[in-house]
Design a protein. Structure first.
Length: 264
């Protein structure tokens, strides 16, 4: 209800004249609200706010897990093991690459999920269509026409897709917490590190023609070779992810010079 009222206020019509009784800050805000640029930005911020207020929970799909991957009972953590798991045969199971998909797929809207990795884990995060091959080298994320992946291995970040592989250089800090943003209509898959601050790493641009599923791979076999999915919390919650997004919203408003006016 509150979110809808804010959205209506940002996109609805405003009086052509402003009363002389209102203070200068309010006048300035009401005047700038009429500009197309500000309204476009406000709508985009409201879309981000909607995502934050509607937490997304994604879970691992055991039926897709490679036999060397062990999935926790709550379906939120996967780790690489030295022994093969006694999984039942399933047509969706990866048999060559140590990969796993989530059960949830998306064909519309914008969705955010966050993965936290162990301190020595070498990983790949990405997305794919459900039609991705399950065996052979072409089943690896980013090695076909239906998947995209960002890989951290041996201290280097690399983006893989069918069209090109982009080396992003060496990083001295292990990227242990990554936010993935999928915009189905916009055709983008973006990655940000969010350890201490939110920093953009890479964005794939394409046209999604089928439902897209979060996808993961582990390239190391140590006690810290694990990936845990985190639930995105809303603005009313606490924690570093909430604080980072809240700061991002404030910074975007500050860029337009309206933070003070909105607070008063």
């Amino acid at each position: 209800m509150i979110e809808q009222k804010v959205r209506d206020a940002a996109t609805g019509s405003l009086p052509s004249t402003i009363s002389s009784k209102v203070d200068l800050n309010t006048k300035r805000l009401q005047t700038d609200l009429k500009t197309i640029d500000f309204r476009t930005e406000m709508v985009r911020l409201l879309d981000t706010l909607h995502i934050l207020l509607n937490p997304l929970e994604v879970t691992f799909n055991v039926c897709t897990a490679h036999p060397c991957l062990l999935v926790s009972n709550d379906l939120h953590t996967v780790r690489c093991t030295s022994s093969k798991q006694s999984y039942v045969d399933h047509p969706e199971r990866f048999l060559s690459a140590p990969q796993i998909l989530c059960s949830q797929g998306f064909s519309t809207g914008t969705h955010i999920w966050v993965a936290e990795m162990g301190s020595s884990c070498m990983w790949s995060l990405g997305a794919c269509y459900k039609t991705i091959p399950r065996r052979g080298d072409h089943s690896r994320l980013g090695n076909n026409l239906v998947s995209w992946r960002l890989q951290w291995k041996n201290g280097k970040l690399t983006a893989y897709s069918s069209s090109s592989n982009a080396g992003l250089g060496e990083t001295f800090q292990h990227p242990s917490k990554i936010e993935v943003v999928l915009d189905c209509e916009g055709g983008t898959l973006s990655f940000h590190t969010i350890q201490s601050h939110r920093e953009h790493l890479y964005t794939f641009k394409t046209v999604f023609k089928e439902p897209v599923y979060p996808a993961f791979s582990i390239h190391s076999n140590t006690s810290e070779s694990w990936i845990t999915l985190q639930i995105l919390i809303g603005l009313a919650g606490t924690g570093s992810l909430n604080e980072i997004h809240h700061q991002d919203l404030i910074q975007r408003l500050a860029a337009h010079g309206h933070v003070q006016a909105l607070h008063e």
